[in-house]
Design a protein around this ligand. Structure first.
Ligand code: AMP
Length: 211
């Protein structure tokens, strides 16, 4: 099964993609996580991506497309994947379609998480993540410990979760990514659900769609 989790920043794409990936035993590719890893390892990719990310801008398409195709290729023996954070604009979506068609494959379902701006800001303000393993926590969900329960690393706020950058990320989402709702609706593979509520509640909604 090939699944994309779509939605604005803070909609819970990463959290849900991870859960779906565990449930279905499929690899989870998150361009944001791959880029953050590259930044923390100070690779050439990380050096290029850093300035775009800290402004909340999109990293240029050719870089992202190479990155995601490489990841999919690495796991091509698997029966699908879960994507989160990719595609982010029509050019990326078209490239993904071309790439899959070339291998005689196609996307099965796009899960679009709908959520209002107020909830997004609330969630992002309380978001903490582990810089080592990437696990995400939210003080809003009652998580106040400051170390990762997986690996004991001190939790941090993402640099691009500052209020100013979040506003720009929302603007970029509306200008470039939101149109993908229409793009996938026209292909008949879009399913929109509410992204409000607890991670468990949202996950139940997603499972109902996938089953
Ligand atoms: P995310 O973790 O998905 O919120 O992504 C964090 C940041 O990484 C974004 O604000 C962008 O700067 C960059 N990024 C992630 N995915 C993409 C993508 N598909 N295209 C361009 N930039 C991306």
């Amino acid at each position: 099964m090939r699944i994309i989790i779509l939605g604005p920043p803070g909609a819970g794409k990463g959290t849900q993609a991870k859960r779906v990936s565990n449930r279905l035993g499929l690899p989870h590719f998150s361009t944001g996580s791959l880029l953050r890893k590259a930044v923390s390892n100070n690779t050439l990719l990380g050096k290029i991506a850093k300035s775009y990310m800290s402004e909340g801008e999109l990293v240029p398409n050719p870089i992202i497309i190479d990155l995601i195709e490489e990841e999919i290729e690495k796991h091509k023996d698997k029966e699908g994947f879960i994507l989160d954070g990719f595609p982010r604009n029509v050019a990326q979506a078209q490239k993904l379609d071309e790439y899959l068609e070339h291998g005689g494959k196609q996307l099965d379902i796009i899960v679009n998480l709908e959520i209002d701006e107020e909830t997004i800001i609330e969630r992002i303000k309380g978001r903490l993540s582990c810089p080592k393993c990437g696990k995400v926590y939210n003080t809003k969900n009652g998580y106040y410990e400051r170390v990762c329960e997986n690996c004991g690393t001190k939790l941090e706020q993402r640099e691009d979760d500052s209020e100013e950058t979040v506003r720009n990320r929302m603007k970029v989402y509306l200008e470039e990514t939101f149109i993908l709702v229409d793009y996938y609706q026209k292909k008949g593979i879009l399913q929109s659900i509410s992204g409000r509520g607890s991670p468990d509640e949202v996950f139940e909604r997603i499972l109902a769609l996938i089953d």
